[in-house]
Structure formats: C-alpha cells, structure tokens
Design a binder for this molecule. Structure first.
Ligand SMILES: NC(=O)c1ccc[n+]([C@@H]2O[C@H](COP(=O)([O-])OP(=O)(O)OC[C@H]3O[C@@H](n4cnc5c(N)ncnc54)[C@H](O)[C@@H]3O)[C@@H](O)[C@H]2O)c1
Length: 331
C-alpha cells in the first residue's frame, strides 16, 4: 500500500488517482487544514481500494498509528503549507508544519522500517535564478521561509539516508496547472494564488478580477515567464519515481517542468482562445521577489525516469476550466 500524505490537496489527489488507476492500494493521510474532505469522497466514489485516515503530521502519534496498523510500501509526501506570502508573515507556522511535521513522518518511517519516500520539493528552493533553464545542480538559495522549509527537508532527508538508510526522491516542481475534472478533482486553494485558476475564476465568479503583477519585466511582452506542467503528467512522474526507487533503492533529485516557458500574458491569451471569450484582466505593480524568468531543465527526469509530459497548454486550461465550473458549485 502507498501512503500519500496531503492526498486531500491538489497534487496529492491527482497522484492518488494515478496510483489507483495502476492497481495500487492507496492510503491518504490528511488533516484537512488546507485540503478538502469532498476531494477524498470524490475519489472514494470511484475506487474501493482508497483508504483514508484523518491525522496531523505535527502529532507524531497520528502518523505512528498509520505505520503500526497498515503495511506501507512507500510514502509520497505532499502535506505542507505552500503559500509564499503567508510564510513570510508567519514563518513559525511553516517551520512547525513543514519541517517538524516531516521529521515526525521520517522518524516514524524509520522506526517502522519503511525506507522509501518521494517528496514534493519545489523550484522555490533555488531562489533567484543564476542561469536558466535551471538544472538540478543549480545552487539552492531560497528567498522565503516556504522555500527554506523545503530545502531544510531535503537536507534532513540526506542525513536520514546516511544514518538510517532512508532513500528519498525529491521532485522539484515548477508551476503546476490543469485538473482531472472527470474524477471531480482539481485545484482548490484558499486564497488562490496560482495563475490559471485566477484567470478562469475571473470568467466564472462575478466581480472577480484577474491581476497581472508587473508588465515591465525584461521579457518578450513585459510579463513574467514561467514553466508550466500539467498535474496529471506530474502524477505520472511520481509513479515513475516510485518504480525507479523500488528498482534502484537510491536517493536522487529531479526537476519536473515542461522546459517551455510561457509569459503570464501568453497564458491569459491561451485561456481567452480556449474559452473563446473576453476575460476581465487588470494590470498591477510587480510583486516583490518575482524573478522575470523561471524555467526548468527537466531532461534528467526524461532520460532517467522516462517521463514525457503529454498534455499541451490548451488541454490543461480546458480541464482546469471544467473543474472551476464544478468548484464554483462546491465552494
Ligand atoms: N501547486 C504547486 O504549483 C506546487 C509547486 C511546487 C511545490 N508544491 C508542493 O507540492 C505539495 C502539494 O501541493 P498542493 O498544491 O497540492 O498543496 P495543497 O495545499 O493543495 O495540499 C496540501 C495538503 O496537505 C495537507 N496538510 C498540510 N499540512 C498537513 C499536516 N500537518 N498533516 C496532514 N496533512 C496536512 C492539507 O490539508 C492539503 O490537503 C506541497 O508540499 C507543495 O509545497 C506545489
């Protein structure tokens, strides 16, 4: 059985469906601090082999209970807080939840002899890019507490490998988009800080304004360029990483991006084309700490994991739009 922490959230739920579709038993562990019970129920309505335990990684006994009562083969660890601005305002919450929560998880794994984990790391561990595209050897120098929690966890994982033989694959994601609306799952953050849902909400929710932060960057159209990867492609990468870890039993790290950058304006224009209507838009000042261009070099994941992202931008936007319509009736 695969344990998925944070499986009631956006990426974790898509990963659960990917593993379930491939015949695995899956156990989701989540405290619903930012995830949603409806997401777990929606997956459970399609799969009998999805199990769920409500618990908080900050309470070690909650996660000990999971390992004592279930035979876990490997862990896929999504549970975390991940709002950059919030992490600057309230770093204590972030260090406690992300770092202490993960130490509890890793310690419980070692105590119960579960020694394989796939971890959601982030492009935010790199900080200001020194060069693009960013490869896995780019220096890691995060510029906010959120990114620092993830880098600390990577370092802790190295120490747990050396001392206790715990093997980890760190997947450093760039910008994740899309949804599996047919499974009734998708992005559901509060507040929503991500680009695509904000563009789409601006069409669906009355008086919701999509803001472009800065149009004077040194890029082709003045707006920031980012690397987008579809959430279903990302879920496949987790399954391939699981296979790799099972076969090679070795710690490693992979960037997961698409290697093709789009500017904010290009994403907005693509959404206008997909929806075939005008979407309200407003321009605001730059936000602090937003680099002009963030692009991943993902050839390592392609060559070693055999991972090929399949969804194009229009498909991802279309799926996200269908999900936003479902979400507008849920929230
Ligand atoms: N979404 C992105 O674009 C992106 C990019 C890079 C990295 N990441 C990382 O990927 C992971 C998943 O991201 P997401 O967008 O799906 O996040 P999300 O907020 O949708 O999901 C996180 C889940 O973890 C749960 N959780 C948080 N703290 C917990 C705790 N102490 N105990 C139990 N459950 C807890 C939440 O309830 C939620 O269901 C996160 O670790 C995030 O840092 C996401």
């Amino acid at each position: 059985m695969i344990l998925i922490t944070g499986g009631a959230g956006y990426i974790g739920s898509h990963c659960a469906v990917e593993f379930l579709n491939n015949g695995f038993d899956v156990l989701i562990f989540d405290n619903f601090s930012v995830g949603h019970r409806e997401i777990v129920e929606n997956i459970q309505s399609d799969f009998k082999n999805l199990f769920f335990i409500e618990g908080d990684l900050k309470n070690k006994k909650d996660i000990d209970f999971v390992f004592k009562n279930h035979k876990i083969d490997a862990v896929i660890h999504f549970a975390a807080y991940s709002q950059v601005a919030q992490s600057v305002k309230d770093p204590k919450e972030y260090y406690e939840n992300n770092v202490i929560g993960t130490i509890n998880l890793l310690s419980s794994m070692v105590e119960n002899n579960v020694l394989r984990i796939i971890f959601s790391s982030t492009a935010a561990t790199y900080g200001e890019p020194k060069y693009v595209p960013i490869d896995e050897n780019h220096p890691q120098s995060p510029i906010n507490p959120y990114g620092r929690t993830k880098l600390m966890i990577e370092n802790i994982m190295d120490d747990y490998d050396k001392a206790y033989g715990l093997k980890s694959i760190r997947l450093r994601y760039f910008n994740v988009i899309g949804a599996n609306y047919k499974a009734k799952i998708g992005e559901w953050h509060n507040p929503e800080t991500h680009l695509v849902p904000n563009i789409l909400k601006s069409d669906i929710i009355p008086n919701y304004i999509f803001h472009v932060f800065g149009d004077d960057y040194p890029t082709k159209d003045g707006t920031c360029v980012r690397d987008y990867v579809d959430v279903e492609d990302l879920a496949v990468a987790h399954r391939l990483a699981y296979n790799y870890l099972a076969q090679n039993n070795k710690t490693d790290v992979f960037n997961l991006g698409s290697e093709s950058g789009y500017s904010v304006k290009e994403i907005y224009d693509a959404a206008v084309r997909v929806l075939d209507k005008k979407i309200p838009i407003e321009y605001s000042k730059r936000r602090e700490g937003d680099p002009a261009v963030l692009l991943a070099k993902s050839s390592k994941a392609k060559n070693i994991l055999n991972w090929t992202p399949k969804k194009n931008l229009s498909e991802s936007i279309k799926n996200a739009y269908e999900w936003e319509k479902i979400l507008s009736n849920l929230s």
